[in-house]
Ligand binder design. Structure first.
Ligand SMILES: [Zn+2]
Length: 200
Protein backbone atom coordinates (compact mmCIF):
# COMPACT_ATOMS: atom_id res chain seq x y z
CA UNK A 1 0.00 0.00 0.00
CA UNK A 2 1.32 3.41 -0.95
CA UNK A 3 0.35 6.82 0.36
CA UNK A 4 -0.43 9.25 -2.46
CA UNK A 5 -1.62 12.82 -2.74
CA UNK A 6 -4.91 12.49 -4.57
CA UNK A 7 -5.00 16.25 -5.02
CA UNK A 8 -8.00 16.79 -2.79
CA UNK A 9 -9.14 16.07 0.74
CA UNK A 10 -12.58 15.56 -0.57
CA UNK A 11 -12.55 12.76 -3.11
CA UNK A 12 -12.34 9.06 -2.27
CA UNK A 13 -9.93 8.20 0.51
CA UNK A 14 -8.52 5.03 -1.03
CA UNK A 15 -8.32 3.17 -4.30
CA UNK A 16 -6.99 -0.18 -5.45
CA UNK A 17 -6.19 -2.01 -8.65
CA UNK A 18 -4.26 -4.94 -10.04
CA UNK A 19 -1.16 -4.01 -12.03
CA UNK A 20 0.43 -7.05 -13.63
CA UNK A 21 0.99 -9.52 -10.82
CA UNK A 22 0.95 -6.78 -8.20
CA UNK A 23 -1.97 -5.53 -6.20
CA UNK A 24 -1.69 -1.90 -5.28
CA UNK A 25 -3.62 0.00 -2.66
CA UNK A 26 -3.38 3.76 -2.71
CA UNK A 27 -4.26 5.77 0.38
CA UNK A 28 -4.97 9.48 0.04
CA UNK A 29 -2.45 11.31 2.22
CA UNK A 30 -4.78 14.30 2.20
CA UNK A 31 -7.75 12.42 3.63
CA UNK A 32 -8.57 14.45 6.70
CA UNK A 33 -10.77 11.91 8.44
CA UNK A 34 -8.73 8.88 9.58
CA UNK A 35 -11.91 6.90 10.34
CA UNK A 36 -13.04 7.34 6.76
CA UNK A 37 -9.62 6.41 5.42
CA UNK A 38 -9.58 3.26 7.51
CA UNK A 39 -13.04 2.28 6.32
CA UNK A 40 -12.12 3.01 2.70
CA UNK A 41 -9.03 0.82 2.93
CA UNK A 42 -11.09 -2.01 4.41
CA UNK A 43 -13.54 -1.50 1.51
CA UNK A 44 -10.68 -1.84 -0.99
CA UNK A 45 -9.49 -4.94 0.82
CA UNK A 46 -13.02 -6.27 0.36
CA UNK A 47 -12.72 -5.83 -3.41
CA UNK A 48 -9.36 -7.63 -3.32
CA UNK A 49 -10.73 -10.58 -1.36
CA UNK A 50 -14.19 -10.83 -2.94
CA UNK A 51 -13.87 -9.62 -6.49
CA UNK A 52 -10.37 -9.72 -7.89
CA UNK A 53 -10.26 -13.51 -8.15
CA UNK A 54 -13.68 -14.12 -9.59
CA UNK A 55 -13.66 -11.93 -12.61
CA UNK A 56 -15.87 -14.34 -14.58
CA UNK A 57 -18.29 -14.88 -11.72
CA UNK A 58 -21.68 -13.56 -12.80
CA UNK A 59 -23.08 -13.69 -9.25
CA UNK A 60 -21.69 -10.33 -8.13
CA UNK A 61 -24.75 -8.14 -8.26
CA UNK A 62 -23.44 -5.07 -6.52
CA UNK A 63 -19.72 -5.13 -5.85
CA UNK A 64 -19.77 -1.78 -4.03
CA UNK A 65 -22.39 -2.93 -1.53
CA UNK A 66 -20.47 -6.17 -1.00
CA UNK A 67 -17.18 -4.36 -0.40
CA UNK A 68 -18.93 -2.04 2.03
CA UNK A 69 -20.40 -4.94 3.91
CA UNK A 70 -16.98 -6.60 4.01
CA UNK A 71 -15.39 -3.43 5.46
CA UNK A 72 -18.08 -3.16 8.08
CA UNK A 73 -17.70 -6.80 9.14
CA UNK A 74 -13.89 -6.66 8.99
CA UNK A 75 -13.61 -3.59 11.22
CA UNK A 76 -16.49 -4.48 13.55
CA UNK A 77 -16.78 -8.23 14.23
CA UNK A 78 -20.43 -9.12 14.79
CA UNK A 79 -20.05 -11.12 18.01
CA UNK A 80 -17.94 -8.47 19.75
CA UNK A 81 -20.13 -5.59 18.65
CA UNK A 82 -23.23 -7.44 19.86
CA UNK A 83 -21.63 -8.30 23.17
CA UNK A 84 -20.58 -4.72 23.82
CA UNK A 85 -23.71 -2.96 22.61
CA UNK A 86 -26.37 -5.32 23.92
CA UNK A 87 -25.60 -4.44 27.52
CA UNK A 88 -25.63 -0.64 27.24
CA UNK A 89 -28.09 2.07 26.26
CA UNK A 90 -27.28 3.21 22.71
CA UNK A 91 -26.71 6.84 23.68
CA UNK A 92 -24.02 9.05 22.22
CA UNK A 93 -21.55 8.46 25.05
CA UNK A 94 -21.75 4.67 24.80
CA UNK A 95 -21.66 4.62 21.01
CA UNK A 96 -18.64 6.92 20.99
CA UNK A 97 -16.85 4.75 23.53
CA UNK A 98 -17.38 1.55 21.52
CA UNK A 99 -16.55 3.28 18.22
CA UNK A 100 -13.33 4.61 19.73
CA UNK A 101 -12.33 1.14 20.87
CA UNK A 102 -12.81 -0.23 17.32
CA UNK A 103 -11.40 2.92 15.71
CA UNK A 104 -14.42 3.46 13.48
CA UNK A 105 -16.82 6.36 13.11
CA UNK A 106 -19.94 6.46 15.26
CA UNK A 107 -21.98 6.50 12.06
CA UNK A 108 -20.33 3.30 10.79
CA UNK A 109 -20.91 1.67 14.18
CA UNK A 110 -24.58 2.63 14.17
CA UNK A 111 -25.05 1.02 10.75
CA UNK A 112 -23.19 -2.10 11.86
CA UNK A 113 -25.23 -2.29 15.07
CA UNK A 114 -28.41 -2.47 13.02
CA UNK A 115 -26.94 -5.12 10.70
CA UNK A 116 -26.01 -7.41 13.58
CA UNK A 117 -29.27 -6.84 15.42
CA UNK A 118 -27.93 -4.79 18.33
CA UNK A 119 -30.22 -1.93 17.37
CA UNK A 120 -33.81 -2.49 16.31
CA UNK A 121 -35.09 -0.52 13.34
CA UNK A 122 -36.77 1.89 15.77
CA UNK A 123 -33.63 2.33 17.91
CA UNK A 124 -31.52 2.81 14.77
CA UNK A 125 -33.92 5.51 13.55
CA UNK A 126 -33.86 7.08 17.02
CA UNK A 127 -30.06 7.31 17.05
CA UNK A 128 -30.05 8.98 13.62
CA UNK A 129 -32.75 11.40 14.77
CA UNK A 130 -30.60 12.28 17.78
CA UNK A 131 -27.47 12.75 15.60
CA UNK A 132 -29.40 14.89 13.12
CA UNK A 133 -30.99 16.98 15.85
CA UNK A 134 -27.54 17.77 17.27
CA UNK A 135 -26.06 18.44 13.85
CA UNK A 136 -23.73 15.46 14.24
CA UNK A 137 -24.88 13.20 11.42
CA UNK A 138 -21.66 13.74 9.49
CA UNK A 139 -19.41 14.87 12.33
CA UNK A 140 -16.14 13.12 13.22
CA UNK A 141 -16.93 12.11 16.79
CA UNK A 142 -14.16 9.61 17.41
CA UNK A 143 -10.49 10.25 17.86
CA UNK A 144 -9.15 7.78 15.31
CA UNK A 145 -5.38 7.52 15.14
CA UNK A 146 -4.01 7.78 11.61
CA UNK A 147 -2.10 4.65 10.61
CA UNK A 148 0.44 5.59 7.94
CA UNK A 149 1.35 2.63 5.70
CA UNK A 150 4.86 1.46 6.51
CA UNK A 151 5.47 -1.81 4.67
CA UNK A 152 6.30 -0.35 1.26
CA UNK A 153 8.74 2.16 2.72
CA UNK A 154 10.52 -0.45 4.85
CA UNK A 155 10.62 -2.89 1.94
CA UNK A 156 12.28 -0.31 -0.28
CA UNK A 157 14.64 0.75 2.50
CA UNK A 158 15.67 -2.90 2.81
CA UNK A 159 16.37 -3.12 -0.92
CA UNK A 160 18.56 -0.07 -0.68
CA UNK A 161 20.34 -0.68 2.61
CA UNK A 162 20.74 -4.46 2.52
CA UNK A 163 20.79 -5.25 -1.18
CA UNK A 164 22.54 -2.11 -2.32
CA UNK A 165 19.97 -1.14 -4.95
CA UNK A 166 20.22 2.47 -5.96
CA UNK A 167 17.33 4.84 -6.64
CA UNK A 168 17.28 4.00 -10.36
CA UNK A 169 17.05 0.26 -9.63
CA UNK A 170 14.23 0.81 -7.13
CA UNK A 171 12.35 3.00 -9.61
CA UNK A 172 12.69 0.21 -12.19
CA UNK A 173 11.59 -2.45 -9.70
CA UNK A 174 8.48 -0.59 -8.54
CA UNK A 175 7.57 0.79 -11.94
CA UNK A 176 7.40 4.24 -10.37
CA UNK A 177 9.51 7.17 -11.59
CA UNK A 178 12.03 8.48 -9.07
CA UNK A 179 10.18 11.80 -8.85
CA UNK A 180 7.07 9.87 -7.81
CA UNK A 181 8.97 7.96 -5.13
CA UNK A 182 10.40 11.23 -3.83
CA UNK A 183 6.89 12.59 -3.64
CA UNK A 184 5.49 9.48 -1.93
CA UNK A 185 8.28 8.82 0.55
CA UNK A 186 10.31 11.98 1.01
CA UNK A 187 12.24 10.64 3.98
CA UNK A 188 13.36 7.56 2.05
CA UNK A 189 14.02 9.42 -1.21
CA UNK A 190 15.33 12.85 -0.31
CA UNK A 191 15.54 15.11 -3.34
CA UNK A 192 19.10 16.06 -2.62
CA UNK A 193 21.26 13.20 -1.37
CA UNK A 194 24.59 14.40 -0.12
CA UNK A 195 25.62 11.15 1.46
CA UNK A 196 24.32 7.59 1.70
CA UNK A 197 23.22 6.85 5.24
CA UNK A 198 23.03 3.36 6.65
CA UNK A 199 20.32 2.35 9.10
CA UNK A 200 21.77 1.37 12.46
ZN1 LIG B 1 -15.52 0.08 -4.16
Amino acid sequence: MAPVKFGSTDIIAAYSRIRGQQRWFWANTQATDPARLRFSLAHELGHAVLHWERIADPVVVDAETEAHHFASAFLMPADEIKRQLNRVTPNLANLTRVATQWQVSVQALVMRAKQVGSLSAAEHAGVWRMLNARGLAKAALVDVHPEPPGVLASLLALHREEHGHDDAAIAEMTGLPLARLQDLMPSLFPIRQTRRLRAV
